[in-house]
Design a protein around this ligand. Structure first.
Ligand code: GRG
Length: 298
């Protein structure tokens, strides 16, 4: 089997494991309040590439972490990611009607339900990390909770989203866009890779290798996301395209041009791969993941 097909099988298997864990961990739909649970399940299940959960599992596999544990952390990361997409699609934010090829949460339900579904997914993620099944040692669980909170709060994803809203009225330059993206999308990608190191009690040099990998991978991912926004179609991506250009928002592509942006993404993916050479052949999935991120079409 070719290396690409083999990777795609591994990636699919990890995505299925994530779906099963999400299905188990998000409660059933009983009682008068079941509308919010339905909305959580609607947005979290059936759709999405599951890139971040795959990073959690692949980085945890480097340290032979029990898969029942890494799966729970992977699902928690996907819950946080789904919350961010639900809130990002709201009229007060990016105002998008389509997500993962179907009506966005507030279109399918209503704005209030979408806000609550996002809030409940975010809090459920921390509940899952704090539970004993995630890791037998309380210190490991607490490290996961603190690291995720830092990654997605005002010094991480929420801060990046604030900058993104500001970018609608101010023209940012390349260093400012890089910082925005590092926070908005990079911080959760960072946590996804670092979570494996936390679960596996990695040595310092192993952990910093993973953090450096995540840093470059996150930027490469974002540049490709910007390119797809220009070159991809709504059908392929399952979300609306061309919005940044229409809003006059600066992106890596508007600032660097299509060709330089693609070169930059490839350079970053190669650099990311160099950072994990410390794991030699054991890091094959993470290496192929970086290659996948630059060739993806959705
Ligand atoms: C509302 C607090 C808050 C934050 C929102 C992550 C984010 C911040 C907004 C998402 C909007 C967006 C299009 C960001 C660009 C990169 C990105 C995160 C794309 C979506 O991630 P994928 O491609 O999506 O992994 P799937 O659906 O495959 O999971």
């Amino acid at each position: 089997m070719s290396k690409i097909l083999e990777f795609e099988e591994t990636f699919q298997a990890m995505a299925h494991r994530t779906d099963r864990a999400l299905d188990r961990l998000i409660p059933g739909t009983d009682g008068l309040e079941s509308r919010v649970v339905e909305a959580m399940r609607y947005s979290a299940l059936g759709g999405g590439k599951r890139l971040r959960p795959c990073l959690v599992m692949a980085s945890a596999d480097l340290f032979n972490v029990n898969r029942r544990c890494s799966q729970r952390v992977a699902a928690a990361v996907e819950m946080v990611h789904t919350y961010s997409l639900i809130h990002d699609d709201l009229p007060a934010m990016d105002d998008d009607d389509l997500r993962r090829g179907k009506p966005s949460c507030h279109k399918q339900y209503d704005e209030a339900t979408a806000i609550l579904a996002g809030d409940a997914l975010l809090t459920l993620a921390f509940e899952v990390l704090g539970e004993e099944e995630t890791h037998p040692q309380p210190s490991v669980r607490s490290e996961l909770v603190v690291a995720l909170a830092r990654a997605v709060g005002s010094q991480g994803m929420v801060g990046g989203q604030m900058l993104d809203l500001i970018a609608e009225t101010l023209v940012l330059d390349v260093p400012e866009i890089t910082r925005l993206q590092r926070l908005k999308t990079g911080a959760l990608i960072n946590f996804s890779c670092e979570a494996g190191a936390i679960l596996g009690k990695a040595l310092d040099h192993q952990r910093s290798g993973l953090v450096a990998y995540a840093h470059d991978l996150g930027l490469a991912f974002q540049i490709i996301d910007d390119l797809l926004d220009v070159e991809g179609s709504t059908e392929e991506l399952g979300k609306s395209t061309g919005k940044d250009a229409a809003a006059g928002k600066a992106t890596f592509v508007s600032l660097l041009g299509v060709e330089r942006a693609r070169d930059q993404a490839e350079m970053l993916a190669n650099q990311a791969i160099k950072h994990i050479e410390v794991f030699s052949d054991n890091a094959a999935t993470l290496k192929e993941f970086a290659e996948f991120v630059v060739r993806r079409r959705s």
